[in-house]
Design a protein around this ligand. Structure first.
Ligand SMILES: O=P(O)(O)OC[C@@]1(O)O[C@H](CO)[C@@H](O)[C@@H]1O
Ligand SMILES: [Mn+2]
Length: 441
């Protein structure tokens, strides 16, 4: 049998991968440098001269990185010792070995896009950890927080909706409950439109009322496996306590508005008794601009809790309690910020794979997770999702993703071609979305 297809790469001039490496990534780096500049006086107040020196050092390392990228220099190994340094450098050697026949060195435009894009964020982190005492500065924190504040109205609307729903949830008929479940899943899907790396780090918050737009957005869901999710979870609920623990894992994506939609969904899982335990998975380092770290997760819940709105603060208080009681559990693992595709998880991070195997359902949020699930490869549009997962089946899983990269599998024959003819940017504009399920029911 033929192996999986080639990786998306900057080699394909004019592709979204190429344009990302050429334009979007340098733009993000420039923004990071600017952020450090703007915090100069804060570093001085906190750390004196040493803080100023550290800022200078980080900026010079980042400028060097931007130059390497823009002149398509070879990818160089990491020097600073960190928890994942050896794994990263081994992966770099592996990429090198793939090129050995042609005697080339992996460079920015010649290597797989997934690899170089992850590498760029890891190099930003290296520049920061090499610059103590500002080595725990999150260069993206400001924009993540801004995204949350700018989405305030939508957050209030969502929290109010959730609180009204949970007050009467036990009286709902099965069909009504299913309807509400589908609504919150769709909100979580469209919440994924708001990531900050696609907009080159520019503000991209939620300003419209998603709740009232769901019907209008339905035609843009290209694969809709929501029924499978319902069958799977309602089966446990109907069995009435024969499976006393029902665990749903959510592999988080972006902080800000998207995280609120995920927490609202996670709250609903518990209130509806469709699940008894929610496990969240976040990033250990700042990643793809808007991704959630433990600091973002705690910060956001604290913000929701201390807000001057009765239903919003009630949500925050409930969420704090879930965490205290262990009904919500937050995990992080270095694997999520490695460049590997997920089919490599059993070898690279067997502990994480074993953890995921305990779930009854795993939800993978966002575009980058989709790219890693499918290996970021040039699959035909009609290849089944199960096949593109390439052996990654820890538990029943579902990708909840708006399309922001030139990759999509599991479509009907002709569907992809029709979309291409009608709307050339359908794969990358974030306008379309999928709920794509894999697993036994
Ligand atoms: O995973 P997310 O937050 O949905 O999207 C991350 C993302 O914006 O980053 C890349 C562009 O730099 C794209 O693959 C993708 O659209
Ligand atoms: Mn993201």
């Amino acid at each position: 049998m033929a192996g999986p297809p080639a990786s998306l790469s900057g080699q394909d001039v004019g592709s979204f991968a190429y344009l990302t490496i050429k334009d979007r990534i340098p733009q993000i780096l420039t923004k990071v440098i600017d952020t450090l500049h703007r915090h100069k006086s804060e570093f001085f107040e906190k750390h004196g001269e040493e803080g100023m020196e550290a800022e200078k050092k980080a900026i010079s390392l980042l400028s060097k990185l931007r130059n390497e990228l823009q002149t398509d220099k070879p990818i160089v190994p990491f020097v600073e010792k960190f928890a994942d340094t050896d794994i990263w450098n081994q992966y770099l050697e592996y990429q090198q070995s793939l090129l050995n026949e042609s005697n080339g060195k992996p460079s920015w435009f010649q290597s797989p896009w997934l690899f170089v894009e992850c590498y760029m964020y890891r190099r930003i982190h290296e520049a920061i950890i090499q610059s103590p005492p500002i080595d725990d500065f999150d260069v993206f924190k400001e924009s993540k927080d801004q995204n949350f504040f700018e989405s305030q109205e939508s957050v209030i609307a969502l929290c109010t909706h959730l609180q009204q729903l949970t007050r009467t949830i036990d009286d709902l008929e099965e069909n009504q409950l299913k309807n509400e479940f589908f609504k919150l899943l769709q909100i979580s899907l469209w919440g994924n439109k708001c990531d900050l790396s696609i907009s080159g780090g520019e503000s991209s918050s939620q300003k419209t009322d998603v709740l009232n737009s769901l019907e209008d957005l339905k035609p843009f869901i290209l694969v809709n496996d929501l029924e499978q999710l319902w069958s799977l979870l309602s089966k446990y609920k109907k069995a009435g306590g024969t499976t006393p623990l029902v665990r749903v894992d959510i592999v988080l994506d972006n902080s800000g508005f998207e995280l609120v939609t995920d927490l609202v969904l996670a709250d609903f899982f518990l209130s509806s008794k469709l699940a008894t335990e929610i496990h969240f998975h976040g990033k250990t380092i700042p990643w793809f601009v808007s991704d959630t770290t433990i600091r973002d997760f705690n910060w956001l819940i604290e913000q929701v809790k201390s807000c001057n709105h009765i239903w919003m603060s009630k949500c925050g208080a409930d969420w704090g309690k879930y965490l205290k009681m262990g009904r919500w559990i937050y995990h992080d693992h270095i694997f999520w910020t490695l460049p590997h595709e997920y089919c490599a998880m059993p070898q690279v991070a067997p502990d994480l794979y074993a953890e995921l195997q305990k779930a009854h359902l795993i939800l993978f949020k966002g575009d980058l997770n989709y790219r890693k699930l499918t290996g970021d490869r040039k699959w035909e549009f009609t290849v089944p999702f199960h096949q593109a997962l390439n052996g990654f089946h820890p538990a029943p899983l579902c990708s909840i993703r708006t399309l922001k990269a030139e990759i999509q599998v599991g479509l009907q024959p002709g569907q992809g071609e029709q979309l291409t003819a009608a709307e050339p940017s359908w794969l990358t504009g974030g306008k379309y979305g999928v709920f794509q399920f894999d697993g036994p029911l």
